[in-house]
Design a protein around this ligand. Structure first.
Ligand code: FES
Length: 439
């Protein structure tokens, strides 16, 4: 079933035929790629977008579309990892991104509305108190709310006032108006200043990889620096409207969109077992028994080692190439931050997030060992179905009827087609035997 957003038809663009020249090539036509294209164009830089399939065919079409600088209880962690200046820089960049969305939404009809965002706890105040103290240190006036309009008891929540929400595909449709875009144009080979597609070549000065999971294996070690998480959402009709947006760390996410309540949760590492739709459906039965589920969808998110995205030069050896990835489930504001930062880098201008979000920052974090362990175990594990990315054993996902890779999160349909990158090749035909679904 499709997401609630996918009832909106995006404009169509032709594939590339022939050779073209541009200042900046952007590979990937999701929220990050199109925000980059728009921001570069506004700065007077010529750019083109090459999208391998249809625009917003990945995570952007399956988001909950919250536009907030409150990314879970992240600020205490960021304060400890990156100091006051680093955490403040991240906070301010994301708050500025909200203002930029607000300004663009004045010209784009995208159901943009201001709304408070609250991270709540079911019980225990300790994490909330720690986060509040961190926010105070950063000079941000968050509000503690004891009583929340949720159908289950909470210990209260930390509220970021005046955040926002919108319809992401309506927004993207408006953003495409003045952009040069080629759809169904996968980049088959990427060399310095040259991209080769099926029926053409793109000569560029610099390129930006905005393909969700970065497409080049041989540079940057992204297969060690990233893993992917799957999370789920349902939309419900027939309920009284909910005022505001809500999130429990590792729990339920809620927001209203028109007459629908969007409920998210059930997340887990891709390729592993987790709550999935059953967890969400149990929550619906328990807390929203009068609601009717109209849509179900799942999203795939790239997670980094230290809780911050990777935005900047792709690797030490590729000064002509940039990347934007690892948005940690907060792809709306982080796409805009990435667009502003990458535009500054292309123009050789300073930006406060340049070092903080650099993909070349130190990576010795505990998650690195977890990622390495998962890769080693699944590379060595026996099994007929192997991922076409780097050969890990695939696990059958009975809820979504797909073959999922626990190493870096590629997914394949029952018939072997690639559903999520970094894999690009389908499964070999002899391995497409249909499995029996087991719970
Ligand atoms: Fe990398 Fe499967 S996604 S081996």
């Amino acid at each position: 079933m499709e997401s609630i957003w996918q009832n909106t038809e995006l404009p169509h663009f032709p594939p590339l035929w022939g050779d073209i020249h541009t200042d900046v090539l952007i590979i990937g036509g999701g929220m990050a790629g199109l925000c980059c294209a728009h921001t570069l164009q506004q700065a007077g830089v010529s750019c083109v977008v090459a999208e391998g399939g249809r625009l917003a065919g990945g995570t952007t079409g399956n988001t909950t579309a919250k536009i907030t600088a409150q990314h879970g209880l992240c600020y205490d962690k960021l304060l400890r990892r990156f100091g006051t200046e680093g955490a403040q820089t991240y906070l301010q960049a994301n708050l500025s991104a909200i203002s930029e969305f607000a300004s663009l939404a004045e010209e784009i009809d995208c159901d943009f509305t201001r709304a408070d965002h609250t991270v709540y706890a079911r019980s225990g105040m300790q994490l909330l108190e720690t986060e509040l103290a961190a926010l105070e240190k950063l000079g941000y006036s968050a509000v503690f709310r004891e009583k929340l309009p949720l159908p289950f008891p909470t210990a209260g929540g930390i509220c970021f006032p005046d955040q926002a929400q919108f319809h992401p595909l309506k927004f993207l449709a408006g953003l495409t108006a003045d952009l040069t875009i080629y759809e169904n144009t996968p980049v088959l080979q990427l060399e310095p200043h040259l991209a080769i597609t099926e029926k053409g070549k793109i000569h560029f000065s610099r390129a930006i990889v905005a393909t969700h999971f970065p497409l080049l294996n041989k540079h940057g070690l992204y297969f060690l620096k990233l893993y992917q998480q799957r999370s789920y959402a349902v939309s419900l009709e027939g309920l009284p409207p909910l005022d505001g947006m809500y999130l429990e760390e590792n729990g339920l996410s809620l927001r209203q969109s028109g007459s629908a309540l969007i409920l998210g949760g059930g997340g887990h590492r891709t390729g592993k077992r987790g709550g999935g739709y059953p967890a969400l459906e149990a929550a619906v039965q328990r807390y929203f028994p009068d609601g009717t589920i109209t849509n179900r969808w799942a999203a795939q998110d790239c997670m980094t080692l230290d809780g911050l995205p990777y935005v900047g030069q792709y690797s030490k050896h590729t000064p002509w190439l940039y990347v934007a990835t690892g948005f940690q489930k907060w792809g709306m504001t982080n796409s805009m931050v990435a667009a502003q930062l990458l535009t500054a880098l292309v123009l050789d201008k300073p930006h406060p997030c340049k070092d903080l979000l650099s993909p070349r920052r130190p990576m010795l974090r505990p998650q690195l060992a977890v990622n390495g362990w998962e890769s080693a175990v699944n590379l060595l594990a026996p099994g007929l179905h192997r991922c076409t990315h780097m050969g890990c054993r695939l696990n059958w996902n009975p809820q979504e009827h797909s073959w999922d890779c626990p190493c870096h999160g590629s997914r394949f349909s029952r018939s072997g087609q690639v559903l999520n990158n970094p894999a690009v090749k389908p499964l070999p035909a002899f391995r497409r035997r249909e499995p029996r679904d087991k719970k």
